[in-house]
Design a protein around this ligand. Sequence first.
Ligand SMILES: NC(=O)c1ccc[n+]([C@@H]2O[C@H](COP(=O)([O-])OP(=O)(O)OC[C@H]3O[C@@H](n4cnc5c(N)ncnc54)[C@H](OP(=O)(O)O)[C@@H]3O)[C@@H](O)[C@H]2O)c1
Length: 237
Amino acid sequence: MTTIITGGRGRLGKYIAKEMSNAIIPPHTELDVTNRQAVFEFFAKYKPDTVIHLAALVDVRESQNNNEKAWKVNVGGTENVVDAAFAVNPNCYFIYISSACVFNGERGGYTEEDVPNPVNYYGLTKVVAEEAVRKLPNHLIIRTDFVERTKWRYPGAYIDRFSTCVFSDTLAKALKGVIEKKVTGLIHLTGKRKISHYDLAKITTPEVQPIKLKDADIPMPQDQSIKSIRGWDNLEL
Ligand SMILES: NC(=O)c1ccc[n+]([C@@H]2O[C@H](COP(=O)([O-])OP(=O)(O)OC[C@H]3O[C@@H](n4cnc5c(N)ncnc54)[C@H](OP(=O)(O)O)[C@@H]3O)[C@@H](O)[C@H]2O)c1
């Protein structure tokens, strides 16, 4: 069995790599998903039967300020990876990591049956990329939310922004279980507890400062907590 992980050196990928030590994990410098020809050549060489597609422009602010780049990487890159996987193995098991950011965050508690309605460009690119993935018969789209179990990346964290976020090491372990079960379709793989970003940040970074969403300079969903009618919303932090 051959598994390729794109974007596997990032904040989630490095924990997945620990769980799946036999996977082929090209760094960005070796495989740029926006280079269609390079992606096709790479997939033709390794002929994967499983693909975990993580590569993306994840920075919400950068996506908002550079729509062209966000579209190229998140939508165009996903189309390239999907098409290359299909070309070598139409029945390839294709796992795409999407985001709770596809919802507008007005009420929270979104399930797999709710219709996405993103408030920012990053969320939009993730929804459109999901559609590209649906071309493959054997796909799994996972909407989730995570942070690393390390120091909070910013000086402040929102007291009035909520999610069912988990730590990326927890998510990577859960993801391995999901993949072993060969789950397909769409799932919300997420934490059992809704928490504010501030309370989450304080776990690793007690000195983090409380900030409010009204001070954000880009649109952010206020309550992007998600639930799973398929039973995947039971992760501990
Ligand atoms: N972080 C979250 O809160 C969150 C929540 C839900 C879903 N997700 C999704 O989960 C996935 C992983 O996110 P993450 O937080 O681990 O992000 P990350 O740390 O930014 O990792 C993304 C990876 O993609 C690579 N990459 C970027 N552009 C690329 C390109 N053109 N070709 C090939 N590789 C490229 C990056 O490499 P370089 O760093 O070398 O550019 C990096 O290794 C993404 O699809 C993201 O949308 C993230």
